[in-house]
Write a protein that binds this ligand. Structure first.
Ligand code: GAL
Length: 635
């Protein structure tokens, strides 16, 4: 498929006389898509039941007349003020028991039945009215579930829904007591109506209680989203997307993804580098205006998996954002590079956020493709360049990678619930593995945790999966080369207890148990004689399995049983890179020693190179400028 570009637009922010000219300029820049509507509830329904959709009809007509395809957002992330008067208890409650207020966005509780009904009502109105509109070519549900820390709410509505969820899951309080281990500290319950939410306890709540609350909260997001997709599908055949975020693990995106046609995400590389990444200060300085070389690609690959192949970037940073601790401007060329990188990873569309910078409201300092005075901002020319280049290239067909990484949201919750060491963060571990692979020049597929067939991959990584699914466990021996598990694999049962017979990791065929595990402060390292060191986490492995590698003290750290390897610690960047390079060599995957900041991605026909470095780099006889993109036929 030939990828396309677009932009996010807020017709309700601008005089109607401007719309046609805006649409003309969008089309002139080569944009194909325009997303609208996702925050406009107060203009769609200014007072309860009083609809005003004439302006939206005209906005869609105007954009459509310019040849643009509309993505229509449901406005449920921004319930208007009257809604809160109608349902005062729809506001979410934070972990310290304070109700969160009106005055920004996402001020709703996923569990509130009254608010769900209001959402069903407005989505039905929009789907009925625009479901067959020839210009509405896609839908977006809500906006960035979980953003601003909104998955968990400790409200009355959540409490009642949680008790129902537990009753359905366990059937009897005795079964729940057994599963949670409530004999510990006399936590036993006699009925489901005695169970509270796991906040405001004197010291830490039972981790099994927390885990079930996390699963429940994730299910509430899934149900909230499904309510909307089921309505839209009654009236429209257009594909439905949701725009996810970067490094958000609070709900199971694979589960919401099953109800959607397209997984989209919102990519703000400079904001994310500044506020969502653990990295040395020198790294943040070097990539200040380009973003981390792997963070975007990681999410591209993740959301390709969540979307079962169909994915977009719904919002692409065009210039400085407003919300990170510091908000630098991208290097010239980055607004182009980011779009091309998404296309090389298989994105169907990339939409810049936003058309014109807003002179009012919370995001006044957030750049758009236009300045507030409607003059072009720097990214407009870069977007137009990408549009021309894409038109010239035609189809960009993704290719299956030789290497895969398993991503598991439940493991993120598990290790947040019981990190055992302050910096044991599951995303961080998975991302470290990904970064090491990418630094070897590899393209990577990300797989869901219930993957049942690994035979198409020569190397599969599944670090830190708290409970291996039966499907994945059964698929391990069938991997097309090697699979590397650990640390902390299978360290918990589904009930969040340590399995005792046998002890973890209980991998069929691997004669090994974790006899002891320790977490380590960040300045402690256990060197590996062949290069690099173990940090954060180190296990003492016992058993008769073949030892592939030991720490300098002689403790086994990498074990093997046939095609399955188990890593009993968290390797630092140098160790990860070396271990994975060695694994690649064993399974016949060619690796490349890339200049710092250069990254590669293969499509079916082409090899793309992206230079995140602030200086030109040399690669295979080519010079790639700072913030430059290059591509050539795959050898
Ligand atoms: C996104 C959000 C947009 C806008 C943008 C600013 O997270 O979906 O509505 O707020 O950030 O960077």
């Amino acid at each position: 498929m030939t990828p396309s570009l677009g932009v996010c637009y807020y017709p309700e922010h601008w005089p109607e006389e401007w719309w046609a000219e805006d649409a003309r300029r969008m089309a002139e820049a080569g944009l194909a898509w325009v997303r609208i509507g996702e925050f406009a509830w107060s203009r769609m329904e200014p007072a309860p039941g009083e609809l005003d959709l004439g302006w939206l009809d005209r906005a869609i007509d105007t954009l459509g007349a310019a040849g643009l395809k509309v993505v229509l957002g449901t406005p449920t992330a921004t319930p208007p003020r009257w809604m809160v008067t109608r349902h005062p208890d729809m506001l979410p409650v934070d972990a310290s028991g304070r109700r969160r207020g009106f005055g920004s966005r996402r001020h709703y509780d996923f569990s509130h039945p009254g608010y769900r009904e209001e959402c069903a009502r407005i989505v039905t109105i929009l789907a009925r009215r625009y479901g067959r509109n020839p210009h509405v070519a896609a839908w977006q549900t809500d906006n960035e579930y979980a953003c601003h820390d909104t998955t968990l709410s400790y409200s009355e509505a959540a409490l009642h829904a949680f008790r129902d969820w537990l009753a359905r899951k366990y059937q009897s309080p005795q079964a729940l007591n057994r599963a949670w281990g409530n004999v510990f500290w006399s936590m036993e319950y006699a009925g489901f109506d005695e169970i509270g939410l796991p906040n405001l306890t004197v010291t830490e709540p039972n981790p099994a209680h927390v885990m079930d609350f996390r699963r429940f909260a994730s299910d509430q997001v899934v149900a909230f989203n499904r309510l909307q997709t089921e309505i839209i599908r009654q009236f429209s055949d257009a594909p439905i997307a949701h725009n996810y975020m970067g490094r958000v693990t609070g709900f199971d995106h694979f589960a919401t993804g099953a109800d959607l046609d397209i997984a989209a995400w919102d990519s703000y590389p400079l904001g994310f580098l500044s506020d969502r990444l653990e990295a040395p200060a020198a790294h943040k300085r070097r990539y200040l205006r380009q973003g981390d070389p792997d963070f975007q690609a990681f999410h591209h690959d993740l959301y390709r998996a969540v979307g079962r192949g169909r994915w977009w970037v719904m919002e692409q940073q065009p210039g400085p954002v407003n919300w990170a601790p510091w908000n630098p401007a991208p290097l010239p060329g980055m607004a182009r590079l980011w779009a091309w990188e998404a296309f090389a990873h298989g994105a169907e569309a990339v939409l810049y956020f936003r058309w014109r910078q807003a002179p009012f409201g919370q995001e006044q300092q957030h750049a758009g493709l236009l300045r507030p005075d409607s003059a072009p901002a720097p990214a407009l020319a870069e977007a137009a360049q990408v549009a021309r280049e894409v038109a010239a290239m035609g189809e960009v067909a993704p290719a299956r990678a030789a290497v895969a990484l398993v991503f598991d949201y439940e493991s993120a919750w598990a290790w947040e619930t019981q990190p055992q060491g302050r910096d044991f963060d599951w995303f961080r571990l998975a991302f470290a593995a990904y970064r090491a692979l990418r630094s070897l020049g590899l393209s990577i597929d990300i797989l869901p945790p219930d993957t049942g067939d690994l035979s198409g991959y020569r190397l599969v990584l599944a670090p830190g999966i708290a409970t291996l699914s039966e499907r994945l466990k059964a698929a391990l021996p069938g991997v097309g080369g090697e699979v590397i598990l650990g640390p902390r694999t299978n360290a918990r049962t589904r009930d969040f207890a340590i399995p005792t017979a046998p002890l973890p990791p209980a991998i069929p065929g691997l004669d090994a148990v974790v006899a002891l595990a320790e977490s380590l402060p960040p300045d402690i390292e256990h060197p590996l004689p062949r290069g690099g060191a173990i940090r954060h986490w180190l296990e003492r492995l016992e058993g008769g399995a073949e030892v592939v590698e030991r720490t300098a003290e002689g403790w086994p750290v990498l074990l093997r049983a046939g095609r399955v390897l188990y890593l009993g610690g968290w390797p630092d960047d140098a160790a990860f890179r070396r271990l994975l390079a060695e694994a690649c060599a064993r399974v016949g995957i060619a690796t490349t020693d890339l200049p710092e900041g250069l990254r590669l991605r293969d499509t079916a026909a082409l090899r793309f190179a992206f230079n995140y470095a602030p200086e030109p780099v040399e690669h295979e006889g080519r010079t790639i400028p700072a913030a430059g993109v290059a591509w050539w036929p795959r050898g």
